[in-house]
Write a protein that binds this ligand. Structure first.
Ligand SMILES: C[S@@+](CC[C@H](N)C(=O)[O-])C[C@H]1O[C@@H](n2cnc3c(N)ncnc32)[C@H](O)[C@@H]1O
Length: 228
C-alpha cells in the first residue's frame, strides 16, 4: 500500500512511543475537504477519505451473526470499524484494544474531531494494550473478533505483529469466540498463508476482495472471515 500523495499536508500531532513515531497529518483533497492521515513509523496506515474496507470489516461480520452482542476490535486507528460496530443496535458491548496510548488520547481530546462522540458511547471500552496480550488474558467470550492492527502479513508496520496472522494466535482468537462466533482479519494485500492458517484453525475460511480508491487509483484490500 502506498501513501496517497498529499495536495497540501500539515502535521497536527506527533508522538514517540517505544515502537516508533505516530503522526497525524491533515491534508486538503481535490474538493477542498480536510482529510486526516495516520502514519506510524513513517508508513501510511490509513486516512479518513477511504474507509470503506475498515467499515466493511465490521459490516461483513455483523451480517454473519444473529446476535452480535459482544465485539472485540483489535486496533482503534481512527475509529471507523468501531463506529460501524456501534451503529448496530444489537451490540451491547464493544471492547477496542489499541497499543498506542497517544492515539487513544487524540481520539478522546478531539485532536481527531469525531473521536470524543465515538468514545462517549457507553457500550464502548478502550483498552490500551497489545492485542496479543488482550486475547491471551480474555476472560469472557465474544460474538465477533475484528482484527485490523497492521497493514497485513505482507506489509507489516511492526514486525512483532507478524504473529497476529499465524496459527497459534488465530487459535487463541477462536478460543475467545463463542459458538458460531466470527473472526474477520483485514489485510492490504492478498494473504494466502493467512487464509491457509485460518482454514487449519477453523476448518473453513473465506477471502473477500474489496475495491478501494486511493487518490483515484483503484486498489483492492482484503478481508478474511472464519466462523467458530
Ligand atoms: C489500521 S489502524 C486500524 C484502523 C481501524 N480499523 C479504523 O477503522 O480506523 C491499526 C491500529 O492498530 C494499532 N495497533 C498496532 N499494533 C497493535 C497491536 N499489536 N495491538 C493493538 N493495537 C495495535 C495501531 O496503533 C493502529 O491504531
Amino acid at each position: 500500500m502506498v501513501s496517497p500523495e498529499s495536495v497540501q499536508s500539515v502535521e497536527i500531532a506527533r508522538a514517540e512511543s517505544t515502537r516508533g513515531e505516530v503522526v497525524l497529518r491533515r491534508r486538503t483533497n481535490g474538493t477542498g475537504a480536510d482529510v486526516l492521515e495516520l502514519r506510524v513509523n513513517g508508513v501510511f496506515v490509513m486516512d479518513t477519505l477511504e474507509t470503506t474496507s475498515e467499515i466493511e470489516l465490521a459490516a461483513q461480520a455483523l451480517e454473519l451473526v444473529e446476535d452480535p452482542s459482544t465485539v472485540l476490535v483489535g486496533g482503534l486507528g481512527l475509529g471507523f470499524t468501531l463506529q460501524r460496530v456501534l451503529a448496530d443496535p444489537r451490540v451491547e458491548r464493544a471492547v477496542v484494544v489499541e497499543i498506542e496510548e497517544t492515539l487513544v488520547q487524540w481520539m478522546r481530546d478531539g485532536t481527531v474531531p469525531h473521536g470524543p462522540a465515538l468514545l462517549a458511547d457507553t457500550r464502548a471500552t478502550v483498552v490500551n494494550a497489545d492485542i496479543a496480550m488482550a486475547i491471551a488474558e480474555a476472560r469472557s467470550t465474544y460474538d465477533l473478533v475484528l482484527l485490523d492492527v497492521d497493514n497485513g502479513p505482507g506489509y507489516l508496520v511492526h514486525q512483532r505483529n507478524e504473529a497476529v496472522y499465524q496459527e497459534e494466535f488465530l487459535r487463541r482468537c477462536r478460543d475467545v469466540l463463542g459458538p458460531g462466533g466470527v473472526l474477520v482479519v483485514w489485510s492490504a494485500n492478498a494473504a494466502p498463508d493467512l487464509l491457509a492458517a485460518l482454514r487449519t484453525v477453523f476448518g473453513a475460511a473465506e477471502e473477500q476482495a474489496h475495491d478501494v480508491l486511493l487518490q483515484d487509483r483503484p486498489e483492492e484490500y482484503f478481508l478474511y472471515l472464519a466462523r467458530r
